[in-house]
Design a protein around this ligand. Structure first.
Ligand code: XLS
Ligand code: NI
Ligand code: NI
Length: 439
């Protein structure tokens, strides 16, 4: 028998922009067609297990005060089962089509490798039944290789190969479970794959270990016939001082160095982008440019706080621009929009979990419509197209197809003998267009 936790919350429905209800969708209308697909198909929204069902509100300065009746002092099997009930009841009320989890989020706690395998297998059977019962699907699974003290010096990049072996076991089990549960992707976030101080670290060796480990994961994916994408989630630091997969550009170089550029894509998180000194749309466009765009962990940081605050996204302009670049790159394929976001520590009620997600989903629905309108208007793309039109013919085309050398280009400059006149980049005009479409 499932225990229920959200009896007082009705199913969240689309009521339109004039709705006065705080727990109704005003913009996220799952069946509404946008550029030929429904909003639900475009956005592929997921709720994450860890922030919403595993966290009790504790922070480094104090204990948690959240009302989360399924979280018990001892993480035994019953607690894991009740958490599963709570999660799927929540998904059904909210109407998110997907969810994401770490192995340790869903299972009863385990110390030894054998216990890990048994406890995880136990809950995977139950997750499979919940998926069959509710139709809520798995966007991605991942192994948590950063919380347990054994991983304090990293997992694949640990100085001790026995730690890496434990990590291999976790990834093997979790990837196989993700495959069995019909997951669309498998994520690798390198929580402690980096260093706290360079004084005790062989950086070159650790990066080689990590590269080999990713190759092993890809080999195993093919061995079991998993058709989803393997995604690396870049982040520059926190918890370590330096993480090897610091941003999309760095990850691409790493993938190239290890022959994985056609095997692995990225899961981009806005708050990680800003920690790395990049904008969210920069990371998306870099991934598009390299052909490795995979999925998004939607959230936002706090401009005054320099860490991963994982707040629910609420910036319409930023999200409109992000979705514009996602659509321009062809949209989500296996990926989707996972809310890697948590309510604030003072948002202690069960209702607050809904307010966070309803706001996030509404924001995405609204931004999607804005982005689609921006695409259809061709106002940005038309300008950019004209700006680069010179490269389509003449010496520009010859340079790019490899038929013109440096000397040919130089001879062309001498022959023309003119000093090209600069053309306006029209930044303010373009920014005004984005403002016009942010509605
Ligand atoms: C932490 C990461 C983490 C990954 C999954 O900053 O965002 O939550 O998404 O391990
Ligand atoms: Ni994340
Ligand atoms: Ni994060």
């Amino acid at each position: 028998m499932s225990r229920t936790f959200f009896d007082h919350i009705p199913e969240i429905k689309f009521e339109g922009p004039d709705s006065t209800s705080a727990l109704a969708f005003k913009y996220y209308d799952k069946d509404k067609k946008v550029l030929g697909k429904t909003m639900a198909e475009h956005l592929r929204i997921a709720v994450c297990y860890w922030h919403s069902f595993c966290w009790d509100g504790a922070d480094v300065f104090g204990a948690g005060g959240f009302d989360r009746p399924w979280i018990k002092p001892v993480t035994d099997q019953k607690a894991a089962d009740e958490k599963l009930d709570a999660a799927f009841e929540f998904f059904q009320k909210l109407g998110n089509p997907y969810f994401c989890f770490h192995d340790v989020d869903v299972m009863a706690s385990a110390e030894t490798p054998k216990e890990h395998v048994e406890n995880f297998a136990n809950i995977v059977d139950k997750i499979e039944a919940k998926i069959a019962q509710t139709g809520v699907k798995l966007l991605w699974g991942t192994a948590n290789m950063f919380s347990h003290p054994r991983y304090m010096a990293g997992a694949a990049s640990n100085p001790n190969p026995d730690v890496t072996a434990f990590a291999a076991l976790q990834v093997q089990e979790c990837l196989a479970a993700t495959h069995r549960l019909g997951g669309a992707n498998y994520v690798l976030w390198g929580g402690r794959e980096g260093y706290d101080t360079i004084l005790n670290t062989r950086v070159g060796q650790e990066m080689e270990q990590l590269g080999r480990f990713f190759n092993m994961v890809v080999e195993y994916k093919h061995k079991i016939g998993f058709k989803g994408d393997i995604l690396i989630e870049p982040k520059p630091h926190e918890p370590t001082k330096h993480q090897y997969d610091r941003d999309v550009g760095t990850v691409y170089g790493f993938l190239k160095a290890h022959g994985l550029e056609n095997e692995v894509k990225v899961n981009i998180e806005p708050n990680h982008a800003t920690l790395a000194g990049n904008s969210f749309e920069h990371e998306i466009e870099m991934a598009n440019a390299f052909g490795i765009f995979g999925s998004i962990d939607f959230n936002r940081g706090d401009p005054q706080n320099g860490w991963d605050t994982d707040q629910f996204p609420n910036d319409l302009r930023e999200t409109t621009t992000a979705l514009y670049y996602i659509l321009k790159g062809g949209g989500f394929k296996n990926g989707g929009s996972n809310f890697d976001a948590k309510v604030r520590r003072q948002s202690i009620d069960l209702d607050d979990l809904f307010h966070g997600h309803v706001g996030g989903m509404d924001l995405l629905g609204r931004a999607l419509e804005n982005a689609a309108a921006l695409i259809e208007s061709e106002k940005l793309s038309g300008f950019v197209e004209a700006r680069y039109s010179g490269w389509k013919s003449g010496m520009g085309a010859k340079m790019m197809d490899g038929s013109a050398s440096l000397t040919d280009m130089a001879a062309h400059a001498l022959k023309e003998n003119n000093s090209p006149t600069p053309v306006s980049g029209r930044q303010e005009m373009l920014e005004n267009i984005v403002t016009d479409f942010t509605k």
